[in-house]
Design a protein around this ligand. Structure first.
Ligand code: GCU
Length: 688
């Protein structure tokens, strides 16, 4: 069962070491757990499954008895005596989702307590406790307090009602709209369980390129059935709201946010939705972008649009996640600047149940982008992070890329908005400006593929997203290590080798696709392979030549004051650092500067040579990953081993494709030979 990857990181593989098994059994064989909700029932099932798998035991459960028991799971309402063992202040500080796991004593008898202020907190604590066992840690002297740093931790499914998934590479949508609400697929429960195990507490079921039909009663019933399944796992359902819905499904003539009838329509719509889904989370909206309708159609602002929906949801406690991914059809200005230009002046104008959801970078989920300039620029507005988990521009379902490194790079960026130490993580968790609302969204990579994500390592990106949404300060390496052990094996060689491959993988993809700050040079529309030659689309900013600006005089997009001046949107510290060629990190060089081919890099090489070396390095990194993986044969099941091996072979082949195509293309302008050490493509540009 585990071999196809369906069980994700919840494999609960049998623990081989007799000493470990003994120690774990001693601490877990008698469990006190009140059974007063479906959530506590889920906890019981999870423990039963986990201990059966890992320890080959069936623990004895009791609801009240504590004498002779060793694991006690409950709130202080369940066990008033808990207050003597766990500090009351500490308990109060946990909120509704935080938990404590503590080794302590009850009447001189050693016990482990998992506690919190809700059954959901107990579920989160249980998963954390099980993770300790899955990763073979000691559980005899625990004192863990964990409180999520962000409030809204959501997956964004770009799933359409016909079950296709926009930018999805793992099969079709798992939402079977046709059979809902009558048939509840087991996969919905497994999905909820997996998400709860990493602290995800919301899911937007539908694509940001929205279909208003989802807001009609027949679909609301289907969404309500899913919400019902997810509720005991602490997961709220959200929907995408098409801005023109009042016209399309409401028979109104306009969707103008200031029109009274439109306002009334959304209010009634919200009321109707809550009658189906009492714990409905709210709306995610893409407006005025890539053909989506929005407030611009009526000469209104993004704040007018967001507040229209926010006011409708407010009486029910719902929120609006309003996307900042707005760029205009007809503005000739640098696309990297447009979201900032549009949103910055609106700071302070959004209702207090609105979050503005900002992509990590200013263009579009590139292999590497500098941080989005809106972070730090809207102090009065809670900004939500939007990461892509699906790998639209990073080799999609085929390439192994551990995205946590990308997430971490952005979250730990110090944008100096309020002096040094103003990291993006502090904006996202609300701590920099004391916002009560905070959140992180991840565009999901899940589909009907048996292993959920197509690429087995895609599971790691889902897992890491959840972990970073809970705690945006956590380190990618630690997350990866746990994930590998929970998913595959505890063998140290296996862990270390896979960890190496994962930790190197993001830099590798940047090298073989878009080194030194290059961006958006993927092939037209599907964004899979190389396409630096893409030109003559109906808008400039949908071509590659717009972004790389390669010519006889050099390469790169000038975003300094002599160019688009996008740099002026950042704090002065970042501006100075990135404007000065001596201090601009080379990883962002061609993002911000247009430089001659002969420009001298830190390595002493010319820009052209360095570019060629980076592409070669990316290829070499994939070759190395393949070799490293080959040493792991026999360490895990053959099925997953071979699946991953064949994907790594494709990745190596495609890294060469990228390198050859890009270097042959850019060579037309650099007019220089490839430096020694860079493999000859043995092809011509026409071959690509
Ligand atoms: C990218 C992606 C689109 C998506 C858009 C968005 O442009 O290619 O498919 O709709 O992002 O985030 O809205």
């Amino acid at each position: 069962y585990g071999k196809d990857g369906y069980n994700l990181w919840l494999q609960y593989a049998k623990i081989e070491s007799p000493e470990l098994v003994d120690a774990y059994r001693k601490n877990t064989h008698k469990i006190t757990l009140p059974q007063n909700s479906s959530t506590t029932n889920i906890i019981k099932n999870e423990l039963t499954k986990a201990f059966k798998g890992m320890l080959l035991t069936s623990p004895e459960f009791s609801e009240k008895n504590i004498e002779n028991h060793n694991l006690v799971i409950g709130t202080r309402d369940n066990f008033p005596w808990l207050i003597e063992l766990v500090d009351k202040k500490q308990l109060d500080s946990l909120g509704q989702e935080g938990f404590i796991i503590k080794s302590t004593f009850f009447k001189d008898q050693p016990i482990t307590v998992i506690t919190g202020n809700s059954d959901l907190a107990l579920l989160y604590g249980t998963f954390e406790f099980l993770k300790l066992i899955q990763t073979h840690k000691s559980i005899s002297d625990l004192n863990i307090t964990s409180i999520p740093k962000t409030k809204i931790r959501v997956l964004n499914h770009w799933d359409n009602l016909d079950r296709s998934v926009e930018r999805g590479y793992a099969g079709s949508s798992i939402w079977n709209w046709h059979l809902l609400p009558d048939h509840i697929d087991q996969q919905y429960l497994d999905y909820a369980r997996a998400n709860a195990s990493i602290g995800i507490n919301g899911t937007v079921l539908t694509n940001v390129n929205a279909n208003a039909l989802v807001l009609t009663p027949s679909y609301l019933k289907k969404a309500a059935a899913l919400a019902e399944v997810f509720r005991p796992y602490g997961i709220k359902v959200y929907l995408t709201a098409r801005f023109s819905a009042p016209i399309e499904i409401g028979n109104l003539k306009t969707a103008d946010p200031l029109d009274k009838n439109v306002q009334k329509w959304w209010k009634e719509k919200a009321e109707e939705i809550y009658s189906y889904i009492p714990n409905f989370g709210g709306f995610l909206v893409k407006a005025d972008s890539e053909g989506q309708p929005g407030p611009h159609n009526y000469g209104r602002t993004q704040a007018d649009g967001a507040n229209l929906l926010a006011q409708a949801l407010k009486p029910f406690g719902g929120i609006v996640m309003w996307r900042a991914f707005v760029y205009s059809e007809d503005t000739p200005d640098d696309r990297a600047k447009q979201a900032y230009n549009e949103f910055k002046p609106l700071d302070g104008k959004f209702d207090n149940n609105v979050l503005v959801q900002v992509k990590n970078g200013p263009i579009d989920f590139q292999p590497r982008e500098p941080v989005h300039p809106l972070f730090g620029a809207m102090p009065q507005t809670p900004l939500m992070m939007e990461f892509q988990i699906t790998q639209e521009y990073l080799g999609q379902g085929t390439h192994l890329v551990y995205l946590s490194k990308l997430y971490e790079e952005i979250l730990s960026t110090d944008i100096n908005a309020k002096g040094p130490g103003s990291t993006v993580a502090k904006i996202i968790d609300g701590s920099l400006e004391n916002h009560p609302l905070s959140g992180m969204a991840g565009v999901s990579n899940i589909g009907t593929a048996r292993n959920w994500t197509g690429n087995h390592f895609g599971q790691a990106n889902w897992y890491a997203f959840g972990k970073l949404a809970w705690n945006p300060y956590e380190k990618s390496e630690k997350i990866a290590k746990d994930w590998i052990e929970m998913t595959f094996s505890s063998d140290p060689q296996f862990i270390n080798t896979s960890l190496d491959i994962m930790m190197e993988s993001h830099e590798a993809v940047v090298n073989y696709m878009t080194p030194l700050g290059l961006h958006h040079i993927m092939d037209w529309n599907h964004h899979y392979g190389p396409g630096p030659w893409v030109t003559d689309k109906h808008r400039d900013d949908w071509t590659s030549t717009y972004y790389h600006q390669a010519g006889a005089d050099g390469i790169g997009f000038d975003r300094t004051s002599s160019g688009s001046n996008a740099l002026s949107q950042y704090s002065s510290t970042i501006q100075n650092q990135f404007t000065n060629l001596k201090t601009c990190p080379e990883k962002y060089l061609l993002w911000f500067h247009h430089l001659p081919w002969s420009y001298q890099m830190q390595s002493g090489k010319t820009l052209w040579e360095e570019l060629a070396f980076r592409y070669q390095k990316g290829v070499d990194q994939t070759t190395q990953a393949l070799q490293q993986w080959s040493t792991l044969e026999g360490k895990i099941d053959d099925e997953r081993y071979k699946h991953i091996l064949s994907f790594l072979k494709i990745q190596e082949k495609e890294a060469k494709w990228w390198k050859n195509a890009c270097l042959l293309y850019f060579q037309q302008f650099s007019k220089s030979p490839l430096p020694q050490g860079v493999d000859d493509p043995k092809k011509t540009l026409e071959d690509y």
